[in-house]
Design a binder for this molecule. Structure first.
Ligand SMILES: Nc1ncnc2c1ncn2[C@@H]1O[C@H](COP(=O)(O)OP(=O)(O)OP(=O)(O)O)[C@@H](O)[C@H]1O
Length: 259
C-alpha cells in the first residue's frame, strides 16, 4: 500500500456569517499530484491557508507523514514539512534569485542567529553548502543562469519557478502550489507542466490549486472539487469530469459570469 503523506478530515472554517469550508477532507498518497478545483469563491484558498497554518480552522484533524500536526503557524507548518507558493507571488524582490532560495533552505539549518552574527567557521561552511544547493535547485527549475539577478527583474513565469525552487529548498514532504499557472502564457504553461511532472517523478508529493482545468486534468492523479465550501466530488480527473454536480457547479458559475 502506498504511504499517505497528507490526511486531513472534517475541516470547517467560518468567516462571520459565511461558511467558507464545511467538513472538507482529503488524503494524498506519496508521489501523487492532487488537484483542488472549484469555481471562484469555492473555498480553495481558504483550505490551503488552513492546512498551511495561515488561518485557524474551526474544526478538523491533520496528519502529515503519519504524524498528527496542528496547523497553528506558517513557520511551524514549514518545519513540519509543507512548503507552499502563493497566488500573488511572494518573493524578496530586492534579493537575488539565489538568496531567495537560500532563505527557504534556512528552515533546515543549524548554525542559527549567533552563528550568522559572528560568522563562525561552522556558519560559513553551512552557508557555502546552502548556496551550492540553492544553485542546484535554480538549475533544476530551469533558471540557473539568473542566480545573481534580483527577483523583481525576472519574468513572471520565472518568478513562479523561483517560488517553486524556494519551496523545494525546505525539503518538504508536501509541496503546495497555489495557482502556479496564473498569468502564464501557453508556452510557459507547457514548461510548468513538465516541471511539475518532473518534481513528481523525482518522488515529491504535490497539492495544486489551479484554475486551468486542462492543466489540472492532464496533470493530477486525483482531484477534489469544492463548491460553496462543500466537497462536491473526489476522484480521478475522468471521474470528476463526468460528475453531475461538478458539471452543474461549473455551468452555474459560467452562467453567473455571463450576467
Ligand atoms: N479572510 C477572510 N475573511 C472573510 N471572508 C473570507 C476571507 N477569506 C476568504 N473569505 C471568503 O470565503 C469564501 C471562499 O474564498 P476563497 O478565497 O477560499 O475561494 P477560492 O476558491 O480560493 O476562490 P478564487 O478561485 O477566487 O481564489 C469567499 O466567499 C471569500 O470571500
Amino acid at each position: 500500500m502506498t504511504e499517505t503523506v497528507l490526511k486531513v478530515a472534517g475541516v470547517s472554517k467560518r468567516f462571520g456569517g459565511l461558511q467558507a469550508l464545511s467538513e472538507v477532507g482529503i488524503e494524498i498518497k506519496k508521489g501523487q499530484v492532487y488537484g483542488l478545483i472549484g469555481p471562484n469563491g469555492a473555498g480553495k484558498t481558504t483550505f490551503f491557508n488552513v492546512i498551511t497554518g495561515l488561518y485557524t480552522p474551526d474544526a478538523g484533524s491533520f496528519e502529515l507523514g503519519g504524524q498528527a500536526y496542528r496547523p497553528q503557524a506558517v513557520h511551524q507548518v514549514a518545519k513540519t514539512g509543507i512548503a507552499r507558493t502563493f497566488q500573488n507571488i511572494r518573493l524578496f524582490a530586492d534579493m537575488t534569485a539565489l538568496e531567495n532560495v537560500m532563505v527557504g533552505r534556512h528552515v533546515r539549518t543549524h548554525s542559527g542567529l549567533l552563528g550568522a552574527v559572528f560568522r563562525t567557521p561552522g556558519f560559513k561552511k553551512e552557508e557555502a553548502e546552502i548556496a551550492a544547493r540553492a544553485q542546484e535547485l535554480l538549475d533544476y527549475v530551469g533558471i540557473g543562469k539568473y542566480a545573481e539577478f534580483k527577483a523583481r527583474t525576472l519574468s513572471y513565469g520565472d518568478q513562479r519557478r523561483l517560488e517553486i525552487a524556494r519551496a523545494l529548498a525546505t525539503d518538504p514532504k508536501l509541496i503546495a502550489l497555489d495557482e502556479p499557472a496564473a498569468g502564464m502564457n501557453a508556452t510557459e504553461k507547457v514548461v510548468l507542466r513538465e516541471l511539475i511532472d518532473r518534481i513528481r517523478n523525482d518522488g515529491r508529493t504535490i497539492l495544486l490549486i489551479e484554475h486551468d482545468v486542462k492543466l489540472v486534468m492532464g496533470l493530477c492523479d486525483r482531484v477534489t472539487v469544492l463548491d460553496y465550501g462543500k466537497q462536491i466530488a473526489e476522484g480521478t480527473p475522468a471521474e470528476v469530469q463526468r460528475n453531475e454536480k461538478v458539471i452543474e457547479a461549473y455551468l452555474g458559475a459560467n452562467a453567473a459570469h455571463a450576467h
